[in-house]
Design a protein around this ligand. Structure first.
Ligand SMILES: NC(=O)c1ccc[n+]([C@@H]2O[C@H](COP(=O)([O-])OP(=O)(O)OC[C@H]3O[C@@H](n4cnc5c(N)ncnc54)[C@H](O)[C@@H]3O)[C@@H](O)[C@H]2O)c1
Length: 271
């Protein structure tokens, strides 16, 4: 039996900085209750203070199953359900060629960016499967019984991939990061197919270079001229603001695209 949507609940990992923070702020502007989760608890609390709607800050390490499970439990204990999740926690890699990259660096990047997304999917989906499907506005679909049959929505998940999840970097070496974001694409598309009939949508965003602390750290360690080379590849002639990615994430989570799942949305100024 489907229920009518009340105030929706959004969970954002990596919510203490950059794209995750901008997305939590955007969710709150749209009226969602927010769970801001980050390994850096003070930064998650700082984001929480920026929100217009009720929320909680949760400390999570997305590389640890027990921590991710506890994050989902805290969300459900506080708000009763998870309507949307943005799995945004991520780390940059050192910009070195494969033969120079230490094994631990590959494991670190894959641990957060790939395994972290898998663990979040695992526990978020397990929760969403227990939730009553939501019908946002049945009146809009009353004359379309074939469509109506598929209108029960349990939840919508967006994963943070990258343009480097779609192809190799054209400037500088970045194999570990690139591999981790290809993994996010595989996880997104597989989860979308596995749970489509159960009313859970799973999509990915693929941002280009976006002005965040992660980008600053990456460029600091990259060879001189990397930023100029990178920016020259964007037809719009600039990099993105995190708020531009946030709006796309919230759109993918929303009822505006109920038939969209397993997709990746490039947000990259024509790259
Ligand atoms: N900035 C860009 O140019 C860009 C481009 C494409 C994709 N992305 C992706 O977008 C996502 C967000 O990046 P950002 O630029 O906002 O970075 P950011 O560094 O500003 O924010 C990332 C957040 O993730 C948190 N985090 C790191 N490891 C964690 C862990 N183990 N558990 C929980 N939280 C953890 C950090 O504390 C931080 O608050 C990442 O997945 C990144 O790969 C960024």
């Amino acid at each position: 039996m489907a229920t009518i949507r009340g105030k929706p609940v959004a969970l954002v990992t990596g919510g203490g900085s950059g794209i995750g923070r901008a997305t939590a702020v955007r969710f709150a502007e749209l009226g969602y209750s927010c769970v801001v989760a980050d390994v850096d608890e003070p930064s998650a609390k700082e984001t929480l203070r920026m929100l217009q709607t009720p929320g909680i800050a949760v400390q999570v390490d997305v590389t640890m199953a027990t921590s991710v499970e506890a994050m989902v439990t805290a969300t459900v204990q506080h708000f009763g359900r998870i309507d949307c999740a943005f799995n945004c926690a991520g780390v940059e890699a050192i910009s070195e060629r494969i033969e120079d990259t230490p094994e631990e660096e590959f494991d670190r990047v894959m641990g957060v960016n790939a395994k972290g997304v898998w663990l979040c999917l695992k526990y978020e989906i397990a929760q969403m499967l227990q939730q009553e499907p939501v019908m946002s506005d049945p009146a809009n679909w009353a004359d379309k019984p074939d469509v109506c049959r598929f209108r029960g929505v349990r939840g919508s998940i967006v994963n943070a991939s990258s343009i480097l999840g779609l192809g190799p970097p054209q400037h500088g070496a970045n194999a570990s990061y690139c591999a981790s974001k290809f993994a996010v694409q595989g996880l997104t598309q597989t989860a979308a197919v596995e749970y489509a009939k159960e009313g859970i949508r799973v999509n990915a965003v693929c941002p280009g270079l976006t002005a965040t602390p992660l980008m600053d750290r990456y460029l600091e360690k990259a060879p001189p001229g990397t930023k100029e080379k990178a920016v020259s590849m964007y037809p719009v002639g600039r990099i993105a603001a995190p708020e531009e990615v946030a709006k796309a994430v919230c759109w993918l989570c929303s009822d505006a695209c109920p038939f969209t799942t397993g997709e990746h949305l490039k947000i990259a100024g024509g790259y």
